[in-house]
Write a protein that binds this ligand. Sequence first.
Ligand code: FAD
Length: 472
Amino acid sequence: SVAVLWFRRDLRVHDHPALVQALDEHDRIVPLYVLDDALLGGRYASPSRTAFMLGCLRALDQELAQRGSGLVVRHGRPEDEVPALARELGAEAVHWTSDVSPYARRRDTRVSDLLREHEVRPRPHGGTYLVDPSKPRTQGGRPYTVFSPFHRAIDQVDRRTVHRAPAELPPLPSGLRKGRLPSAQALGIDPADLVPEPVAEPGEPAARAALERWLRDDLDHYADRHDGMSRPGTSVLSPYLRWGCLSARECEERAARRGGKGAAAWNRQLAWRDFYAHQLLLFPDNVAQEFQPRYRRRLAWSDDEELLRAWKDGRTGYPLVDAGMRQLARTGWMHNRARLVVGSFLTKDLHIDWRQGERHFARLLLDGEPAQNNGNWQWIASTGADPAPYFRRLFNPMTQQRKFDPEGTYVRRWVPELAGVPDERLVEPWTMSDEQQQAAGCVIGTDYPAPIVDHAQERRVAMERYAAAGEG
Ligand code: FAD
């Protein structure tokens, strides 16, 4: 029998449950990718992420071709294209890796209904997360809203990896139109909108090489170094996990096999990814509203275009905030500690709605995706599933810089105007004397902005607004 294997954000051939199952059940499988305009041009669309995805698809096509098959490409609505190909092939089933976002779930339900009408079986599989994010429940039968008990619960769930990629795949049926992957430009993407130095090279082979390097060289130090920004201490595998060039389960298993406290700390971070998938799947309204009912429509957000622009451009006058925002704009990625600092700054120093931050991140992050972006933004805005009160997540950008970038390496790398500022002034460059500014080649207000707001004052405003909303 024939089956379609519909790829979406599982762009790999290793440890791919849907691929393994499809090969097991059918003589012939036809790998398909559908370029969907609703995603390519939607509210959270991203030129850089689309370009990265096209690179991943090209690599996948090669991986499939080396094994005797290839990627069939269609451009249109999945509701039209998937059933049409299934019918053209006389396919018995369509296999895919399931997803949690509200859009993906609506799309998959529609496609499933249409397939059933034509007597084609829809076959969703796991493979994006460590466990099936729909399953974990508290003893009371409810979804988890706190990470630690969720983590303990999923640790008990049995998971198997399949690891090896199949050595050979059945060839594509002769006469089938394969379709071509377009260039980013052909999709209407202006090269000027792409991040100039993407943090990662797209595709599964690059992802696997990066994973090997990470496991070999740096994983053991993760527990001590992951928060530090002066030297890279995290894996930077998130764009690959986002597009499924790597399987999270394989990452977890390989790290666990290596053992030690670095591996344990890293696997805990992978579990956060499952936690936020669980959140979005079971609380889909989070995409539009605060998870915490007491904050819904009650928090007073400021609508200040100028402040928002300064934040986006990395011109707030707070070096760590600006370094993070510029790393994002240049590379499509930002260190997690910086994401927290800039998130706290947007929501609690500028009092701008977290959805503005979520949207800007979605446009630029190569790893941007609804579950992780929304979950983390709500966490830092203190509106999400997190038992800590808002004042615990009200970060002081100066203290954070002293603690996590003590040598100023990160700040100087991303904010070159500050390169000549002496160490003891780098956290608060506006305190330099006129002579120091001249000597550093950095005149505040000319070469680098003075702080756009006063942190101590805005902290008080945030405390008042959150307290008022919480009581309201
Ligand atoms: P590592 O530290 O090496 O961790 C390994 C993997 O664990 C990551 O690749 C990631 O898949 C997962 N992980 C780590 N931290 C988190 C976390 N806090 N939440 C969920 N998963 C995590 N991550 C995304 O993948 N996509 C997003 O859109 C996204 N938006 C964010 C927005 C904000 C405001 C914040 C504070 C964080 C966001 N994160 C997001 C989470 C986190 O910052 C990144 O996953 C991490 O920085 C990726 O770098 P890494 O691969 O080096 O991580």
